[in-house]
Write a protein that binds this ligand. Structure first.
Ligand SMILES: [Zn+2]
Length: 183
């Protein structure tokens, strides 16, 4: 594995997402993430994983195969596919195998027990997942349409439903979006 100790910028990741979605004209909500990954040439398959494995990405001869844990909730499966797709787009030169366990920790800024390098890759894959499931301009439109209030659990839930993501994923996406104006 090549080492890289600096993170790619959010702008870089966002550009990758925009290029993919624009090329496919697949901007309707919720984003059909499995179709998007398949149209990008990946194979996407459900698996019966043991333990708390949420998903894997295996790269062989330049082609990516995503396996996701079919026993997990739909929003979780969607996030897993988006995350593994992110590893393929951003990290396929760096490793041929990614295995992801326990996405509960995904939004923490540091993952205990993981190397710094791994943490960078995981954060980048999560950023990719967040942006492809909740694209900037669509999120902005939705926020304006409902006159969004970050303090309202109902607003978060409604938005999460529109984008077919977990409320937690929506909350963090909005917090980190720079889309909210305060004061
Ligand atoms: Zn990962």
């Amino acid at each position: 594995m090549n080492t890289r100790t600096h993170s790619r910028s959010i702008q870089f990741i966002k550009k990758q997402v925009d290029d993919i979605l624009q090329g496919m004209k697949l901007y309707s909500l919720p984003i059909k993430i499995e179709d998007v990954a398949k149209r990008a040439g990946l194979t996407v398959s459900p698996f019966d994983f043991e333990d708390d494995i949420s998903g894997v990405l295996v790269i062989q001869d330049g082609k990516g195969v995503i396996g996701y844990n079919q026993s997990e909730s739909r929003v979780r499966r969607r996030f897993t596919i988006a995350h593994e797709f992110g590893h393929f787009v951003l990290h396929r030169e760096q490793s041929s195998m990614f295995m992801d366990k326990g996405f509960n920790a995904i939004f923490r800024s540091t993952h205990s027990g993981l190397s710094e390098q791994t943490q960078i890759l995981e954060r980048e894959a999560n950023t990719f997942a967040a942006y492809i499931l909740m694209p900037d301009h669509l999120l902005k439109e939705a926020i304006e349409k409902i006159d969004f209030d970050l303090g309202s659990e109902d607003d978060i839930k409604n938005l999460a439903k529109i984008f077919d993501v977990s409320s937690q994923a929506m909350y963090y996406r909005i917090l980190n979006s720079g889309l909210l104006r305060f004061g």
